[in-house]
Design a protein around this ligand. Structure first.
Ligand SMILES: *[C@@H]1O[C@H](CO)[C@@H](O)[C@H](O)[C@H]1NC(C)=O
Ligand SMILES: *[C@@H]1O[C@H](CO)[C@@H](O)[C@H](O)[C@H]1NC(C)=O
Ligand SMILES: *[C@@H]1O[C@H](CO)[C@@H](O)[C@H](O)[C@H]1NC(C)=O
Length: 505
């Protein structure tokens, strides 16, 4: 879907609207907004549909009486990694903005590029080298590898391409009536940008496709004002000619802004897969996470760590050890002490991605491998183990818990206070729950507001300081830091030595 939110100077939400691609633009015959190609690996989305959705959402806003002339600035976010290919001459069309014309084709969520990934990694000396430059090892969905595939399978179309945008910079280009730069933060999801120098990495460009730099344009700081909204929107919808367009970014960076993460904070999404968002000052990229330039502070970074099976494993253990009841599961957590008397477990039901390992491992307080735990111990071992892993991986990437660190919890399992208590104890920080239904969208409204003053050095945190506070869920158990930390240091070293197959834990 395409969503919009508008906020006023007090950050109150004054308008929201959306367009559902499948049902409101049925002529494109998408499912979930996409077309899955015959190979089942390639996923595309018709760009014309996005253009029409933009028309439609602005018309809906107009019908609802929205006053476009009062908009001071706008920004946006788009699904990360997707790319849009502008044909030669499209830049000219864009300057006259004829939204009724198809402009290109788009690819994302694509997992058909494994060859391109391995050749990119070997061109720069391996996965860790690529990670040290771009913040991530080669991923099939990352834009550079998509571009390589398009160039190799369709060299003519590639050479007719005058510009390549991300989904985000495509949106910004429509509003600007001109090609918009890729911002640093979304640009970090391409396997092409050096996240430290914030320039395209020459060895990556060379390993990806010819003449690529000219097609990408230079990347730009994420808080930048790109310019004014194009006259098309002024005439058609009554935008003020002074309305600023602030660089668009990816959906993950947009969410970081929407959650108002600050240095030292960590956001943990406890869903089907578990995801961890971090604000990092001095990152040490590892192949088991992603480091992106920070979307709201150009001196900082953000990191993302994904765990494939989060709730899936919690539900399995609940079913096996708590008779399928979350109440019983919670009682087990309450009946066992922080640190679980030294019992620790790692539960990878299927091949995990962080780290790449599979299997169930249990060690007792004497660091002996054991075959099983009593039910209550097992339940705590699972939950502590999942959160300890998040802390270990976060700290490996350069994350530091600070005084004032907040943990923001989202996702299904964040409604379980007893699970959140373990999270709080492992990180020794209070846990807050937040509603993230709109976070990427709202984040970009905040970013638009920030863009107006960012040039004067006003930090993002100052602009959003009056936004609604997250809700405090739990505080760390008294004394948890000692138990947690000592156990954590002792066990994390031990476990990785003992269980050599769980490398990187
Ligand atoms: C990979 O990185 C190492 C360490 O930074 C460096 O010595 C080596 O030259 C790099 N490999 C290539 C092929 O660039
Ligand atoms: C957990 O992993 C298994 C195996 O990959 C998979 O079938 C299952 O869908 C995963 N669960 C989720 C929620 O991803
Ligand atoms: C990657 O960077 C780290 C420092 O963050 C360094 O210790 C390591 O040697 C580098 N590895 C390669 C292969 O360049």
């Amino acid at each position: 879907q395409l969503k919009v939110v508008a906020i006023n100077e007090n950050l109150d939400l004054v308008h929201q609207n959306h367009v559902l691609f499948d049902s409101e633009l049925p002529e494109f015959r998408t499912q979930g907004g996409v077309h899955v190609q015959a190979d089942k690996l390639t996923v595309t989305s018709p760009v014309l549909m996005w253009v029409k959705a933009l028309d439609l959402i602005l018309d809906k806003m107009k019908d609802a009486g929205f006053d476009f002339s009062s908009v001071r600035a706008l920004s946006g976010s788009g699904q990360q990694h997707g790319s849009v290919y502008w044909k030669k001459g499209a830049g000219q069309v864009l300057k006259q903005l004829d939204p009724g014309r198809p402009l290109g084709n788009v690819l994302w969520m694509d997992s058909s590029t494994s060859e391109q990934c391995s050749s990119l990694e070997s061109a720069v000396g391996g996965a860790q080298n690529l990670t040290n430059i771009t913040g991530s090892r080669a991923y099939e969905r990352f834009t550079g590898n998509q571009i390589a595939k398009i160039q190799q399978s369709n060299p003519e179309k590639y050479s007719e391409t005058e510009r390549i945008s991300l989904v985000s910079s495509f949106g910004a280009s429509l509003f600007r009536g001109d090609y918009a730069a890729v911002d640093y933060s979304d640009g970090s999801g391409m396997n092409l940008m050096d996240i430290f120098s914030k320039k395209w990495a020459q060895p990556c460009l060379e390993a990806t496709a010819p003449h690529l730099e000219a097609k990408l344009g230079a990347p730009l700081v994420s808080t930048a004002v790109l310019g004014e909204v194009s006259s098309y929107y002024v005439t058609r919808y009554g935008f003020s000619p002074d309305c600023k367009v602030v660089a668009f970014t990816g959906d993950n960076p947009g969410s970081l802004a929407g959650m108002r993460l600050r240095e030292g904070d960590i956001a943990v999404s406890l869903g089907t897969s578990d995801t961890v968002f971090l604000w990092i000052k001095e990152p040490r990229p590892t192949i088991e996470g992603h480091v992106f330039c920070n979307p709201v502070d150009s001196d900082s970074y953000m990191a993302l760590i994904c765990y494939k099976n989060g709730s899936f494993t919690r539900e399995r253990i609940r079913n096996e050890r708590a008779g399928g009841s979350w109440d019983t599961f919670s009682r087990a957590l309450n009946a066992t002490p922080v640190g679980n008397d030294g019992n620790l477990g790692i539960y990878f039901d299927t091949l995990e991605i962080t780290p790449s390992a599979v299997g169930v491992y249990r060690v007792n307080e004497q660091d002996q491998t054991v075959e099983g735990f009593p039910g209550e111990v097992e339940i705590r071992a699972l939950v502590e183990g999942q959160f300890l892993a998040k802390r270990v991986h976060a700290e490996k990437l350069g994350y530091k818990i600070m005084p004032g660190t907040q943990i923001l919890a989202t996702g299904g399992a964040s409604s379980n206070t007893d699970i959140l208590q373990v999270l709080s104890d492992v990180f020794n920080a209070p846990v807050y729950t937040i509603d993230v239904a709109n976070s990427a969208c709202l984040g970009c409204a905040y970013r638009a507001a920030h863009g107006l003053v960012a040039g004067r050095g006003v930090p993002f945190s100052e602009v959003v300081c009056n936004a609604p506070e997250p809700k405090l869920a739990v505080k760390p158990t008294l004394g948890a830091s000692k138990v947690g930390l000592i156990r954590f240091l002792k066990k994390s070293g031990r476990v990785s030595l003992q269980l050599v197959s769980v490398q990187g834990w």
